[in-house]
Design a protein. Structure first.
Length: 291
């Protein structure tokens, strides 16, 4: 395709060969008033290329799929963020963790984290996908929180960990945590925070066999020293393919556990609390929307 190079005498001479525009623009070779005409032709040439450019596949929304291993690394993938969140790493004698996003398509994200932690009895990390859209609303303003989470875990040796949603409420938007609501999909040799333990050292649920979102749960309640913690654990087995309305757990707590609907949902995360062992958690599809 011909493109004017508006410089020099030769270019000016060529300009006349393209004198197909209204006569007013067809000027003598040495008349410099042809320059606006060349500029118009140049612009038209670019415009004619535009449909071609638009027809090419549009570049994927750029999401960082590289591995991140830093203690507080975050990767933005709107409407989500991947947070490494290795908050308890100093309690380990050794270990490390990495995570990376593998796919983002609309509201559905896929990601993977691999970790190995040795020593210390506390949680080392909560690498998670955080929802950034729709939070800081009062519970009374939320009608539903549809979610899906399909995952699998491979591990070697004994693993102490959970796979869980972790949600926080506060008295104000962005305020200090008042309630933490955990929905565990798996309990690998770990246990929920509980105010009450049996003589055998087992946490005692405050409510049992609760049906929410197509599964049956036991509810544990206690304090982590900073805020109330409500933990819903499946009554048996693990839930590797979860799909339902997460707001059902809030509705239960509002109705039965005195959580105020004027509380603000300030954090909505889903990931794995890793304490010890070696594992790779692969999330093939995760989505959460607040309506
Ligand atoms: C990304 O996710 C979309 C929607 O789930 C799916 O159609 C697509 O095949 C995925 N791409 C890869 C590379 O996994
Ligand atoms: C996790 O995977 C990354 C990339 O393959 C690797 O470099 C890293 O050593 C792994 N970390 C752990 C703790 O397995």
């Amino acid at each position: 395709m011909a493109v004017f190079i508006p410089m020099g005498h030769a270019a000016r001479r060529r300009a006349n060969a393209y004198c197909v525009m209204p006569q007013a623009h067809c000027v003598a070779e040495n008349d410099l008033t042809w320059l606006p005409f060349a500029a118009v032709m140049f612009a038209l040439t670019l415009l004619s290329l535009l449909p071609l450019a638009l027809a090419l596949p549009s570049p994927r929304a750029t999401v960082d799929t590289s591995a991140h291993c830093g203690q507080w690394d975050t990767v933005s993938a709107s409407p989500y963020s991947l947070l490494l969140d290795q908050w308890g790493a100093s309690g380990a004698t050794s270990g490390s963790q990495c995570a990376h996003i593998t796919n983002l398509s609309g509201d559905t994200i896929a990601w993977q984290t691999n970790w190995t932690w040795t020593g210390g009895s506390g949680v080392k990390s909560f690498s998670n996908i955080q929802l950034d859209d729709g939070i800081n609303q009062q519970l009374s303003a939320i009608s539903s929180m549809p979610t899906t989470w399909d995952w699998s875990q491979s591990s070697s040796g004994t693993v102490v960990a959970d796979v869980a949603y972790d949600l926080f409420t506060a008295n104000t938007a962005g305020g200090a945590n008042v309630n933490e609501i955990m929905v565990w999909l798996a309990n690998f040799n770990a246990g929920p925070i509980s105010a009450q333990y049996s003589a055998q050292g087992q946490p005692v649920p405050v409510a049992s066999d609760i049906s929410i979102a197509g599964h049956t749960w036991n509810l544990y309640s206690g304090s982590n020293g900073a805020n109330n913690v409500f933990s819903f654990l499946p009554t048996s087995g693990t839930v590797t393919s979860f799909s339902g309305d997460l707001f059902g757990f809030f509705e239960y707590l509002i109705e039965h556990e005195g959580v105020s609907s004027s509380q603000f949902l300030v954090t909505a995360q889903a990931g794995t609390e890793a304490t010890s062992g070696t594992a790779t958690l692969t999330t093939s599809a995760y989505s959460l929307v607040i309506n």
